[in-house]
Design a protein around this ligand. Structure first.
Ligand SMILES: [Zn+2]
Length: 360
């Protein structure tokens, strides 16, 4: 299997991390975490459903529709960060079925949970920042995110145009991305996707029908069709921009390392846990409101090491992970603020877009 050739699991570093994290997650803290995530789920779903109903039934004119569409986009992103992402990792509940059902929130908001589990849980989490295996960094030819990717002349301006493109991330998922995913069969080296069958296919199709019904069809029964398209586009753009930017700030920044399938295969297998820390960067971990909204995705190092732990525990894991990294000589990076992380991502885009210096 490709994974075994590139990485080794276990090792003293990972064993020590697991031991210390297990000691942190006492039954009492896990119980409190369950209450915390349940309350959070209720708040986020109320925000999303409230924004949608207000946009559908109460808005007349752009002055009310504009803020409501933005609010809907942000609320749906919050649901995706805190509920869909955790549930599809299997970290919301000990019960597999509960996670699977809550994972369908992705299908309800337009992105197939079936495709996501292969694309994100396997391709991205197993092979983070590995060109040829991590689908998240493969946006060629539109953008060059890694030194191992070929540079095109227009990448010179990618630090300008990619911000607008991030807004199209969710629309791409709703349509072409998911359909290509289930028919195309692969998300890169080591991540084949078999066509969904039986209940998986039923969830995929029901999700698409449900999404387009609430997002487009129902509003078109009450409002002018082009108004609906306009505000659907705006809410989708806000959603896509928020999701894509948050994921980019964790891996496409100048402190993160990149490699390729060929490079990893040509040398000694790398320790998987060390690779996760070196390819991922935390940001704004002291900002409690932002951490709440982002579903712990600003604690990406901790998430990549412990994807099966619910995100409400990540602030507690941070200190443990930092100390263990320091003891084992593994470099753990954090940007102190969102601004610092955004600036680092912009610098990285610019650097990847520049022509390579000619070394004589
Ligand atoms: Zn994840």
């Amino acid at each position: 299997m490709a994974e075994q050739a590139m990485f080794t699991g276990g090792g003293e570093f990972q064993r020590e991390l697991k031991r210390r994290v297990a000691a942190e997650l006492t039954p009492e803290r896990v119980r409190r975490g369950k209450w915390e995530i349940s309350l959070k789920g209720v708040i986020l779903v109320t925000w999303a459903v409230g924004s949608y109903l207000a946009l559908l039934l109460l808005s007349h004119g752009w002055k009310t529709a504009l803020p409501l569409a933005i609010s809907l986009g942000l609320a749906v992103a919050g649901v995706a960060f805190s509920i869909g992402h955790d549930a599809n990792h299997g970290s919301l509940s000990r019960n597999k079925r509960v996670n699977r059902v809550l994972g369908w929130t992705y299908d309800l908001i337009g992105a197939s949970s079936y495709v996501w589990r292969t694309k994100h849980n396997h391709a991205h989490h197993s092979y983070t920042n590995v060109v040829g295996a991590d689908n998240d960094i493969d946006q060629m030819p539109l953008a060059r995110f890694a030194p191992e990717q070929p540079r095109r002349w227009f990448h010179r301006w990618q630090h300008v145009y990619m911000w607008a493109m991030y807004g199209l991330y969710s629309i791409k998922h709703h349509l072409a991305g998911d359909v290509r995913g289930v028919t195309g069969g692969s998300f890169g080296e080591g991540s084949p996707l078999r066509r969904p069958r039986g209940s998986e296919l039923a969830v995929f199709l029901t999700g698409k029908v449900a999404f387009f019904t609430w997002a487009l069809l129902l509003p078109m029964l009450l409002h002018t069709w082009w108004h609906v398209l306009l505000f659907f586009g705006l809410a989708s753009w806000v959603l896509g921009f928020t999701l894509a930017t948050v994921f980019q700030l964790a891996h496409c920044v100048d402190e993160a390392q990149f490699s390729s399938v060929d490079e990893l295969r040509s040398g000694e297998p790398k320790n998987w846990a060390v690779h996760q820390v070196e390819t991922t960067v935390d940001f704004a971990t002291g900002n409690r409101l932002l951490s709440w909204y982002l579903g712990g995705l600003n604690f990406q190092v901790e998430h990549h090491l412990f994807p099966k732990v619910c995100h409400v525990h990540y602030p507690r894991l941070l200190q443990v992970v930092r100390e263990t990294c320091a003891e084992f000589g593994v470099s753990h990076s954090t940007h102190p603020s969102v601004h610092a992380a955004l600036a680092s991502h912009a610098r990285w885009l610019r650097r990847m877009g520049r022509p390579e210096p000619v070394i004589a």
